[in-house]
Design a protein around this ligand. Structure first.
Ligand code: HEM
Length: 408
């Protein structure tokens, strides 16, 4: 690792480190590697943030319990403020909430997402995968729109207890809302669509909560209505915000995991064969897919104090961006970091973030992806990439495809 030279202008920075740079969009790893080998901390002046690429720095920042995520605490104009434009009076979602509000909210909703709670949904996830596969009636198809996108949206709709007849409408609102959620560069048209979809979803969830109050079931909305901690309960607004967050945090990410993971397998036939020969490797295989091509590229924190990280001082209120993608390929930690090996011995990764904000849906995402990929491979013994190729989407901080053509 070289000395920290955070001011260097020769290192890629700003938009060059975003999917608006075509090279980065298609393959961000050589560019991120260039940053990683040039400096321990990059002061990315165009985007007003500090970027960390080493595994241990990323881990320490994520686990620092005092750091903030509420963008309103950032210095004016810094990256987190630009990315999440929250009004002063707006309640942020859990992802952007600091203590004590974050702990309270998380403890009221976490019961639905523990490994044992999620394991109970596995059979339902498998059924959804089978249904979505049954609807594919062509031997060359776009894996994203026909499979990787519908699977997580339908699963979350089922977990929320939403009537099957509403699934298509729900999916189209969710798609429109998600497209703009993390994208400050979205066009005015898609922002308007996103806002309209958000309003419809709010109203829809409000009505669903009424229905569940009258007729509780074994779904996440009913769990939220039942949840109580020391006499405290979720308000109606909090429940609606939480339902929205599940869509926004869970859909694109899991779609991208299924898409990136399938592509990694099809591009590494030896690994694909290993998994076909021994499907019990699926747990490890999904972890390696998460490490190798992380669906969420970055996570963010705001320094709550003047602090020195990696030999570079940062001031209170500055934005810290951690690159999960390249921390997962840190050569100091992983032997042959760029190889895809589903039996990798130390296959841990930071793709679900860490510390207080560690992904609430991590177990659910794992179950969905395991069932999706096993179901897909089982249905198509000769699955391979088609000549029609693939297209990466351009959602900042996310890594995935909008199209991936396969043939059976
Ligand atoms: C492969 C799929 C997924 C990936 C890669 C992913 C990744 C992440 C990451 C990186 C964070 C931020 C962690 C941090 O700042 O330290 C996060 C937070 C979160 N994720 Fe996920 N996620 C996935 C799926 C899901 C699903 C399926 C759900 C729920 C349905 C979900 C719900 C959440 C929530 C609620 C948070 C905020 C937690 C908090 O702030 O306490 N995620 N996720």
């Amino acid at each position: 690792m070289s000395e920290s030279r955070p001011e260097s202008d020769t290192i890629p920075q700003g938009i060059a480190l975003s999917p608006f740079n075509e090279d980065f969009r298609n393959d961000p790893y050589p560019i991120l590697k260039q940053v990683q080998s040039a400096t321990r901390v990059l002061h990315d002046k165009p985007l007003k943030r500090y970027l960390y690429t080493y595994h241990d720095d990323v881990r320490d920042i994520l686990r620092d319990k005092d750091m903030w995520t509420d963008p309103r605490k950032g210095n004016p104009g810094t990256f987190m403020q630009m990315l999440f434009q929250l009004r002063e009076d707006e309640e942020p979602s859990m992802l952007l909430m600091d203590e004590p509000g974050h702990r309270r909210l998380r403890s009221l909703v976490s019961a639905s997402f523990t490994p044992s709670a999620v394991e109970r949904w596995r059979e339902r996830a498998r059924e959804v995968v089978t249904r979505v596969l049954d609807d594919i009636n062509s031997n060359e198809f776009d894996l994203i729109t026909r499979f990787a996108a519908p699977v997580p949206t339908i699963i979350i709709a089922e977990l929320l207890g939403i009537d099957t007849a509403m699934h298509d409408t729900f999916k189209s609102w969710s798609d429109d809302a998600v497209k703009v959620a993390f994208n400050p560069f979205a066009s005015e048209d898609s922002k308007a669509l996103g806002q309209a979809a958000g309003e419809k979803l709010d109203q829809f969830f409000d009505e669903e909560i009424d229905r569940r109050q009258q007729n509780p079931g074994s779904d996440i909305i009913s769990d939220m209505l039942r949840a109580e901690e020391d006499g405290d309960r979720l308000s109606r607004d909090e429940m609606i915000r939480q339902c929205n967050l599940l869509l926004i945090a869970g859909n694109v990410t899991t779609t991208d995991l299924i898409g990136n993971g399938t592509r990694a397998l099809l591009e590494h036939p030896d690994q694909l064969q290993k998994l076909r020969d021994d499907p019990s490797l699926i747990g490890q295989a999904i972890e390696e897919m998460l490490r190798y091509d992380s669906p969420v590229m970055n996570a963010g924190r705001i320094a709550n104090r003047d602090i020195d990280i990696g030999g570079c001082p940062v001031h209170k209120g500055e934005s810290l961006t951690v690159s999960l993608s390249i921390a997962n390929r840190d050569p100091l930690i992983y032997p042959n970091p760029d190889s895809f090996d589903i039996e990798r011995e130390d296959g841990h990764h930071q793709s679900f973030g860490g510390g207080r904000h560690l992904c609430l849906g991590a177990h659910l995402a794992r179950v969905e992806a395991q069932e999706a990929i096993l179901g897909l491979l089982d249905r198509y013994p000769n699955l391979r990439a088609s000549e029609k190729g693939h297209v990466h989407h351009a959602i900042p901080a996310f890594r995935g495809m909008s199209e991936y053509w396969v043939t059976t």
